[in-house]
Design a protein around this ligand. Structure first.
Ligand code: IMP
Length: 190
């Protein structure tokens, strides 16, 4: 079964298809022209905006995620603004480490909210995944994307950027949210 995954990010599409491997579901990109404005004030709202835009454009059931890094000592920042925290990936990490430079509480979590939407804009299901851990003092590793080089998951002593894809997907917020969504899809007549 094919489901539209509301993103223009090929790496994200690759990641969700790896997580979905063996389920019988494969995710495909939305049609050209998909470029919604993420104007929501929660992860749930933004994931709905993206999924509804892709469902309208494709005429097919569509899934979207919205995710971010929430740091306890920064009252949940960068959160919804994780992708826009600074101009480049390196600057985003630098800003985060600077904001935490004199702070001993390094607790943080990645959050991923997924929304499945029908072509007429109805929410069919919503799931949320978490990945708890802490922020390092300096970046380590080259794998993954975003804040992976400064995030050590609970029960690990390496950053996500030092892990392989399979290990990341087994514990990640996105893996967690997507496995719940796949269960729903497989147990429902869409
Ligand atoms: P979006 O869900 O595509 O809007 O992305 C949100 C932003 O959160 C990304 O651009 C990253 O900065 C950050 N982020 C979300 N998931 C991850 C992850 O798995 N690793 C590292 N950073 C992430």
């Amino acid at each position: 079964m094919e489901i539209v995954f509301a993103t223009n990010n090929i790496n994200k599409l690759k990641e969700v298809n790896e997580i979905a491997e063996g389920s019988g579901i494969s995710f495909i990109l939305p049609p050209e022209g998909f470029n919604p404005e993420e104007t929501g004030s929660t992860f749930a709202e933004n994931s709905y905006i993206k999924a509804a835009a892709a469902a309208k454009l494709s005429g097919k059931v569509s899934l979207a995620d919205d995710s971010g890094l929430c740091v306890e000592a920064l009252n949940g920042a960068p959160g919804l603004y994780s992708a826009r925290y600074a101009e480049t990936r390196t600057l985003r990490i630098e800003r985060l480490l600077k904001e935490l430079s004199n702070i001993s509480n390094r607790n943080a979590q990645f959050i991923c909210c997924m929304t499945l939407v029908s072509p007429d804009g109805q929410v069919l299901n919503r799931t949320t995944g978490f990945c708890k851990g802490h922020i390092t003092n300096a970046p380590h590793g080259n794998n993954g994307f975003g804040y992976d080089p400064v995030f050590v998951p609970e029960n690990y002593n390496i950053t996500i950027a030092e892990m392989n894809e399979t290990d990341k997907n087994n514990i990640s917020h996105r893996g967690n949210a997507l496995r719940q969504m796949i269960n729903y899809i497989l147990n429902t007549n869409l």
